[in-house]
Design a protein around this ligand. Structure first.
Ligand code: FES
Length: 114
């Protein structure tokens, strides 16, 4: 399973940055526990996904957003940033999507635990 956004058990939230560093329409690139992750602010809602395309490791976070879909800049695969679900070929495997929350003005991303 790659969509961790609804998972409530075995998730540990990691503090990332002040929410003021991620205004609406912007994105933030972070590395959490060795994983490249990009966090989007879309109209005030935050979404976090793995920054690596499952087609051929393209830098997903560099792509354009079309609504809630991120378009891989390499070959045009699309993924829903809300769920990590692949929406458009040539990718066929979902990417990880992580839960995000803001606590006391700080962005936190939930990382799955074994
Ligand atoms: S690497 Fe993303 S579509 Fe090919």
């Amino acid at each position: 399973m790659f969509n961790y956004t609804q998972q409530t058990e075995n998730i540990e939230f990691v503090e990332i940055a002040p929410a003021s560093e991620l205004p609406s329409g912007e994105r933030l690139f972070v590395e959490i526990e060795g994983k490249s992750i990009v966090i989007f602010n879309i109209a005030g809602q935050l979404f976090a996904i793995g920054d690596i395309c499952t087609h051929d490791d393209g830098p997903l976070g560099d792509g354009d957003l079309e609504g809630y879909n991120i378009v891989c800049p390499r070959h045009g695969a699309e993924f829903d940033v809300r769920t990590g679900k692949v929406m458009q070929m040539p990718a066929v495997v979902d990417i990880p999507a992580y839960p995000v929350k803001v606590v006391d003005g700080m962005i936190q991303v939930g990382m799955p635990r074994e």
